[in-house]
Design a protein around this ligand. Structure first.
Ligand SMILES: [Zn+2]
Length: 586
């Protein structure tokens, strides 16, 4: 449920972001903005900024950003509506009670939880059926009845109408079924997304089923996706959850340690063999939220990923995510190209225990996987990578200790490592993840939307000529739509903060980043950028048409359409022979 936009505007304009943030952190004036040490990550030099003009904040260290509502949500760990309430109270505005709407929203959430709960029962019943081939598969993989019960495993049958039929009979609304993520729509109806798969329910920390992971289980099954997870939904954001944690957290607390694995089968295998302090990262790159969640239970983390090259790279990325949260994981390296499940099968519990006892520090792990002992070149590369990790260590004492150890391992002086760290500091804002340097595929769209955000009045003449689907980034597309529809005059007037109300709070970092990056306006550059964008869209359309025409060579209408597009492309290219357009196209 969202409050009325004008009400939000009243609450916001009466709560200056500088005043509100200033109640939590010591703000200092710096030019047009205010700065402070960031309250969301550990730092001594302030990279947290508040803009009184845009009424937004942005941290250039950790990337957090948003308006006065999102600041409170993030700082106080409260919901949007709670933040609105708090700020309304602060200035003495009484909020209306939207009884009906909130009931509706509540009922959608309840329906979704109900659907997942019922789906779980359905899948479980399918599996325990004595003729179930899924059960035979799990037994063959040494997964016991007790494991199945603990992790509530289930089976999706071959049919694509089983779950739908079951849930429809239970009376769930069409809307809720369409939104739950367990179905795909075809010909106006819904079909089961998961069929002929082993199902692994994912739980929230308070024990509700909120998602499913799945895998194929027959040797003959040649469907592309071996693993398939249910998508995000109003009740599930994957970056915030860890598979198995609900069942294993007590063991994690008791042993004050956790073993982090990649897959759900690995997790169950470890559990089966008595390593009950285990969690899995749900098949995605480990996120900051997942690290924060896990660190509530323990700071002693063992990373046990597959020992193939993909697993090693994933582990190297996970190190970085942990270190930025001041956690120094140990890494377990199994013999080449094994996963934990197979390893336990072949070598047993005590062998894995030995490997855990031998777990490596992050720098020894990098030394090993980068083959640093081989020659000078690989050593230099490994050291550069280790230094990028050292750079992320927040505590100076910890940093010094690790520098000493790394200097010993790599056979270089501590002074030189500190020099290298100093040199890194001098570089401008570096990417958070040093292993993930890539060209941003959306940079053209970002450039354009940044100009629009900085100078909406000057750009407004063009809005009618720009189609919403010229933009491919979903958030940028939504931003542009807000300008094009011109429904909120504050947005057109270039106020930053109201924009954020139209987005999920999790997207506010991205949007604040665009807002803070103000660009000078040049009509000429803007037009060139637009033509570049338009050409890109036309080329995409042209490719689609070509594919169609190859299959249907007699369709005169499409052939004419193709001609028209080609003509338009040539026209646009002729209009702008300048370097910019060419660059955008290449
Ligand atoms: Zn920060």
């Amino acid at each position: 449920m969202r409050y009325d936009q004008t009400l939000l505007e009243d609450i916001r304009s009466a709560n200056s972001i500088v005043d509100v943030v200033g109640e939590y952190v010591p703000l200092k004036r710096s030019g047009a903005n205010y700065t402070a040490p960031c309250p969301f990550h550990n730092e001594t030099k302030p990279s947290f900024m508040v803009s009184p003009r845009l009424q937004i904040f942005k941290c250039f260290g950790c990337g957090k950003g948003g308006n006065v509502f999102t600041f409170l949500m993030e700082y106080e760990k409260i919901t949007f509506n709670e933040a609105v309430k708090k700020l309304a109270d602060r200035i003495g505005i009484k909020l209306p009670v939207y009884q009906e709407q909130s009931k509706e929203e509540k009922s959608l959430y309840n329906s979704l939880y109900g659907i997942y709960e019922s789906a779980l029962r359905y899948y479980q019943n399918n599996l325990i059926d004595k003729d179930s081939d899924g059960l035979a598969y799990l037994k063959a993989r040494n997964i016991s009845d007790k494991d199945i019960k603990t992790f509530q495993l289930g089976l999706a049958l071959k049919t694509q109408s089983g779950l739908h039929g079951y849930l429809a009979k239970k009376g769930f609304s069409k809307e809720a079924l369409a939104k739950c993520g367990l179905f795909t729509s075809s010909n106006g109806g819904l079909r089961d997304k998961f069929f002929d798969r082993i199902m692994f329910p994912v739980y929230s920390s308070d024990g509700k089923v909120i998602a499913f992971g799945s895998r194929i289980y027959k040797d003959s099954d040649d469907r592309g996706a071996k693993y398939l997870n249910s998508p995000e939904s109003p009740i599930y954001q994957k970056r915030k959850h860890l598979y198995g944690l609900y069942q294993t957290k007590e063991s994690i607390i008791k042993s004050d340690s956790a073993i982090l694995v990649e897959g759900n089968i690995d997790l169950i295998a470890l559990w089966h063999h008595g390593f009950t302090n285990v969690v899995a990262s749900l098949g995605t790159a480990l996120t900051e939220e997942q690290v924060k969640l896990l660190s509530r239970y323990t700071k002693n983390i063992y990373i046990l990923y597959d020992s193939d090259s993909a697993g090693k790279e994933a582990a190297a990325r996970a190190i970085s995510t942990f270190i930025t949260q001041s956690i120094f994981p140990k890494l377990i390296t199994l013999p080449p190209n094994t996963d934990p499940d197979d390893f336990l099968e072949d070598h047993g519990t005590s062998a894995l225990r030995d490997y855990i006892d031998d777990a490596k520090t992050f720098y020894s792990f990098i030394y090993e996987i980068r083959n640093a002992g081989k020659n000078l070149d690989s050593k230099r590369r490994a050291l550069t990578e280790v230094i990028s990790f050292l750079d992320q260590i927040v505590s100076p004492v910890q940093k010094e200790l690790y520098v000493q150890e790394c200097a010993n391992l790599f056979g270089v002086s501590e002074t030189n490592i500190f020099r290298a760290l100093q040199a890194l500091k001098k570089k401008s804002w570096k990417p958070k993840d040093p292993l993930n340097l890539h060209v941003d595929p959306y940079h053209e769209e970002k450039d354009i939307i940044q100009l629009i955000l900085s100078h909406p009045e000057q750009c407004a003449d063009y809005f009618d000529d720009i189609e919403v689907d010229y933009f491919t980034h979903p958030l940028i597309r939504k931003l542009f739509k807000l300008f094009k529809t011109k429904e909120n005059p504050d947005i057109l007037a270039g106020k930053g903060a109201p924009l954020l109300d139209y987005f999920d709070p999790k997207d506010s970092d991205f949007i604040s980043d665009l807002l803070f990056n103000e660009q000078p306006f040049s009509r000429n550059d803007f037009e060139k950028m637009l033509i570049g964008l338009q050409l890109r869209k036309l080329n995409v359309d042209l490719n689609t048409l070509n594919e169609y025409i190859i299959k249907h060579p007699d369709n005169e209408e499409k052939i004419q359409e193709k001609k028209a597009i080609k003509h338009k492309i040539n026209q646009l290219k002729k209009d702008f022979k300048g370097g910019t357009v060419k660059k955008l196209l290449s």
